[in-house]
Design a protein around this ligand. Structure first.
Ligand code: 6R9
Length: 659
């Protein structure tokens, strides 16, 4: 390092507040700080600004109907179609501009102009309609990052058929559970995909999943691998290309949807083993992602914007597909991994396509840091104007590395807190308005009412840790858990609401995150307070993993916790008791790992499996997870007096040390 570099590093290490660069503020979509007061004074009318970013085929009558909390309705009486908002309305002015820039892992590319995408979506919508898909039928999409995935999403939206995307890395079992729960009888999937240059089969996993569904399933199969893989076809499967060819040049009139009609379902992990079907609607969700893309990501039609998430998660839905396309910009979609063929792949893409915004996860940034600054330094990244992160807390060191080595200290960094359930961003700085404080996401967005409370629901003092709550509804919020209103109330509202009240002021949304707030109103999110862990920004339920483990022959009991991990943020630690007659050996360990991969997917693979004769339990018989976490992290253990079996702790510690 040169002397200058050392000086710069030292200055950055000390600095805990950063002003947005003047060059950014000058051109920002939102740069007037009065927006906070304006929105607060005109709530909920402020959300008309969001709705105004969309085209409505029928104007709405009321911004918010809060007569039956927590079943809020937004933009009631309005009608619109999401695919028309993402495609048709851009055709006149931007028909020949790029909508999706797809980059395959092997280096091949596909560029879709808005006109191309409109044509492909219409053709596939016509094909789905011929297969019997109608408004309100849930279509499951189980596909990797191929262009046919957003095409299928928009084709469903055109027909008014909600999609349910299942992350391609999830197991057959996870697919079956979700199709069953959503009563979905159409599946669009793929023969396989490439990972690190190698062809991976996906269709057998899809078939295994379908075999576990109790009703008939019509399949559509995208051929990604061509001659490389002669994939199996079931009797009720159709080839995607053949279907589309049969409907060449077909046009499908976008189905007018009520603002409150479901746009999609997205399953996510919760405290119990059963995944939750989060329901998002057409008017509120689309307004929310359009508005946050505008105000936070500063998206403009002439940008080349890139979110490196997978569309199988909410981030990809909101900020690869619906947010950018409703804004009429160019959205980049990359199929592969960031270190193939080399560790500069992302920077090569930024350089080559002149990417203007990059939105990624802290876990990725920690990997980039580990690989070294020489990789980004090989490329010209000066096209970048804004950087963003999402999915988990970002530590100040990683934030500063991102700011300096990717953004050259000239791009604001937005640390955006939100969830599958919130639809889009909720807490973050407005990049054209507020200062940034590394490690803190920032103030709640204008019009968002967040508060940190104690267990009794009382606001805590600045600097104190407490529970994050959202005190007022917002258009992008989930409307319910699919076909389970009771669980919706139980999971998100019951904790801090008077559930007998009809007064919306008595209803408080609880995202199950811990947080603190500073004197300036900046929030630092501390992480989940339920039994959900966050591995590389992926949300996993410990109960789901435990139930996969106890399904393995010879396992009597299991407890799963998240332990700290340098790159992944958290990693899965599994403590396992074997049944009599079974040894906790390598064979058993392999079986448990395979059980988790089959039950959920490789992302949930345990970092460590620790065999133990007992689990530490309180006198009332509850597993002391906090203690198991401390053991995983090699931390000093506090008082173990409340344990029924304190002697077990030392024994487990020895096992961890040895594993
Ligand atoms: C978008 C997404 C949601 C959970 C959420 C929280 C964590 C997300 C964060 C963050 C700290 C941020 N989380 N963004 N924690 N700072 N900027 O990730 O949705 O998969 O549903 O996860 O992720 O714990 O509750 P989802």
């Amino acid at each position: 390092m040169s002397e200058q570099d050392i000086e710069l590093e030292a200055r950055l290490a000390e600095q805990d507040e950063f002003e947005p660069p003047g060059s950014f503020v000058e051109q920002a979509n939102v740069s007037d700080p009065s927006i906070y007061d304006e929105f607060a004074e005109d709530w909920p009318g402020c959300w008309e600004h969001a709705a105004a970013l969309l085209d409505w085929s029928t104007a709405y009558e009321q911004v918010l109907d809060d007569s039956n909390p927590p079943f809020y309705e937004w933009f009631t009486g309005g009608e619109l179609n999401a695919s028309a908002n993402c495609l048709d309305r851009h055709l006149d002015e931007r028909g020949d501009e790029t909508a999706i820039e797809w980059i395959g892992e092997l280096g091949e590319t596909r560029t879709y102009t808005y006109r191309d995408l409109h044509r492909e979506v219409n053709e596939f919508a016509a094909a789905l309609r011929e297969q019997g898909v109608e408004a309100d039928d849930v279509v499951t999409l189980y596909m990797p990052m191929v262009p046919e995935l957003p095409i299928a999403m928009l084709a469903c939206a055109r027909l008014g058929a909600p999609h349910s995307v299942v992350f391609a890395g999830f197991s057959a079992n996870a697919l079956a559970t979700r199709m069953e729960s959503a009563d979905s009888s159409v599946l669009v999937t793929c023969d396989g995909y490439y990972r690190r240059g190698e062809a991976l089969e996906h269709k057998p996993k899809a078939d295994e999943g379908v075999a576990g569904v109790g009703h008939d399933v019509t399949g559509v199969v995208v051929d990604r691998l061509g001659d490389e893989y002669d994939h199996p076809m079931r009797e009720t499967d159709h080839d995607y290309d053949a279907l589309v060819a049969d409907h060449a040049e077909s046009e499908v009139e976008p189905v007018a949807r009520d603002a409150e009609d479901m746009l999609f379902l997205m399953y996510t992990s919760g405290t119990t083993g059963e995944p939750k079907g989060v329901k998002h609607t057409t008017g509120g969700y689309l307004s929310w992602v359009a508005w946050t893309s505008h105000a936070v990501l500063d998206v403009k039609p002439e940008d080349t914007y890139w979110c490196s998430a997978d569309i199988g998660w909410i981030t990809g839905h909101s900020y690869i597909v619906y947010g950018p396309l409703s804004s009429g910009t160019t959205t980049v979609m990359y199929e592969g991994t960031p270190d193939y063929p080399d560790k500069d792949r992302l920077w090569e893409i930024v350089d080559e396509y002149d990417v203007t915004q990059l939105y990624t996860a802290p876990t990725a940034i920690r990997s980039f840091m580990k690989w070294g600054e020489e990789y980004p330094a090989r490329h010209d990244l000066s096209s970048l104007r804004l950087l963003g992160t999402v999915g988990e807390p970002i530590n100040p060191r990683a934030w500063k590395w991102y700011y300096r080595h990717i953004g050259s200290e000239s791009c604001p960094v937005v640390d955006t807190w939100w969830q599958t359930e919130t639809g889009g961003m909720m807490v973050t700085t407005l990049p054209g308005v507020g200062n940034m404080k590394p490690g803190s996401a920032g103030p709640p967005l204008p019009g968002v009412d967040a508060d940190i409370v104690d267990a009794a629901g009382e606001t805590v003092a600045a600097g104190q840790a407490g529970y994050l709550t959202i005190q007022k509804p917002w258009p992008g919020m989930l409307r319910t858990l699919y076909r389970n209103d009771e669980r919706f109330i139980e999971e998100y509202w019951a904790e801090y609401s008077d559930t007998d009240s009809e007064d919306p002021d008595d209803w408080v949304y609880f995202p199950e995150d811990g947080a603190k707030i500073d004197d300036d109103g900046y929030l630092t999110v501390l992480g989940r307070v339920d039994d959900v862990i966050n591995v590389s920004g992926h949300r996993l339920g410990t109960m789901e993993i435990e139930s996969a483990i106890v399904g393995v022959e010879g396992v009597a009991e299991a407890a799963v916790v998240g332990g700290d991990h340098e790159v992944k943020g958290e990693a899965v630690y599994a403590y396992v008791i074997t049944e009599d007659g079974y040894a906790g050996d390598d064979g058993m360990r392999d079986g448990i790992i395979a059980g988790v991969e089959d039950g959920i997917g490789p992302i949930a693979r345990p970092e460590a499996v620790v065999f133990t004769p007992e689990l530490p339990k309180t006198r009332s018989g509850k597993i002391m997870r906090r203690l198991l976490e401390d053991i995983a992290n090699g931390e000093e253990l506090g008082n173990t007096n409340t344990l029924r079996n304190p002697e077990i702790v030392e024994e487990i510690q020895q096992h961890v040390g040895g594993s």
